[in-house]
Ligand binder design. Sequence first.
Ligand SMILES: Cc1cc2nc3c(=O)[nH]c(=O)nc-3n(C[C@H](O)[C@H](O)[C@H](O)COP(=O)(O)OP(=O)(O)OC[C@H]3O[C@@H](n4cnc5c(N)ncnc54)[C@H](O)[C@@H]3O)c2cc1C
Length: 489
Amino acid sequence: MRIGIIGGGIAGLAAAYELEKARSAGEPVEYTLFEAGPRLGGSIASEIVNGAVLERGPDSFLTEKPAAAELCRELGLGGELIPSNDAQRKTCIVVCNRLVPLPDGLMFLVPTRLVPTALTRLFSLRTKIRMGLELLHPLRPAQGDEPVAALVERHYGAEAVDRLADPLLSGIYGGDAAELSAQAVLPRLVEMERKYGSLTRGMLAAHRQMRASARAASQFTKNPHAGKRAPAAIFTSLRGGMQQMVDAIAAWLDPASIRLNAPVSALRKADEGWQVESGGKAHGFDGIVVAAQAWAAGVLLGEADPDLAADLAAIPYSSSITVNLVYDESRIGALPEGFGFLVPASEGRAMLACTFVHRKFLGRTPPGKAVLRAFLGGMRNEALLAEPDDALIARVRRELSEILGARVLPAGVEPGHAQVSRWRRAMAQYAVGHKERMARISARVAALPGLRLAGNAYDGIGIPDCVRLGRQAARELAAPGTKAAASAR
Ligand SMILES: Cc1cc2nc3c(=O)[nH]c(=O)nc-3n(C[C@H](O)[C@H](O)[C@H](O)COP(=O)(O)OP(=O)(O)OC[C@H]3O[C@@H](n4cnc5c(N)ncnc54)[C@H](O)[C@@H]3O)c2cc1C
């Protein structure tokens, strides 16, 4: 069984890992991974500069999704996994140039605690009253998809979209709440609205249920502490940066199976299997994992299935920029508490978010240094990608100084190190209709034996989902009898 993998981001690497595992266990599997660029990892790229871990792309993954940590453990990186420093987890929103902490009790955009919601400076009195009255929201029967903004506005009003939903989603997806699909991005809330009417009542019921299951577990095990374990940190990362994961997979793979600087220029369905063209040569495979971005997959699959290609090409992507600034703590003032802040679009700034990196993960920045990481661009401000590095750094320093105050970040204090990274069309956007589009894509892929898709465009934007999809794609193709099973579909 010969399998080709197109794309050496984390999804393609996870597929290759799975195939190498099968190969080293003596299964008759061979694989070749084609990566267009000069390095593996795709959006994952970290560097250590003067002892500080600087993440150009993702800095961590969600702990509650286990696939990425599991893969790290299999790779022997279990001891390198580090939790986010949740004791200091607090996120602020910029409102009229001031930092306002998110109120306690906020779950998936849903306020669940009365006092913090009543006291927060994040919302006007009108929005707070609306949030209270939301408990009376009527049931809503299942309907078609809609933008996240419409769902949130119906329940909590326009200010909750502007100060909560939009900044949170642009901080995660580089996306726009007016475009992103409620069904794909917030399926739990859609389901709660159908079942309870009020999202707050739904969230409180889910919370009660969770507590009851934890209590039941402690009675069942006769262990009073069962279910009382300290909650796991919300984010997990690697001591030496996310790149450790990429490097460990690369070290595990057979070097002869990896082709760098090897863009695939064509992909054809052959009588038996698939033919890949790269570097002017044709390579035959029984199965193919397309782990390139959906827009690239769309170009490659145009000949095999134009409808599939059109659906893939129609998945929107956002572009983004990260700017890492390393400061001597002695030269700047005390940063506000927490992991950083998010900036609503209504503030009219280039920055979408800023992380205080040295706070979020301890032990990755030398003592006495502060690392501030700004996130810019997104769906609304792609033009920024054309700005030169110096202009972007100056812009971020200016905005940080205005938001944090000149006493905290005096305009004259230069960062000891500044690094700009551009990510063009890197983050898929689950726009309204994503689920229906995915159903069409899955049906058409199922009709093409030996083809699998993996990556952030399909069933989860984060690293754990990409790992899960990559491994699953490889497992399905390499499973004994797959050829026959796939042909029969
Ligand atoms: C700035 C930023 C911050 C992020 N932060 C987080 C975070 O904190 N946590 C989290 O979980 N996720 C985060 N994400 C999302 C996450 O990093 C990505 O979803 C994930 O890394 C995507 O992996 P992938 O393998 O699907 O795609 P990619 O990493 O995009 O890899 C696709 C690869 O395919 C290659 N390719 C394309 N066309 C071809 C071709 N024709 N032939 C050969 N190769 C080709 C490309 O060169 C690329 O290397 C972030 C993303 C960005 C950009």
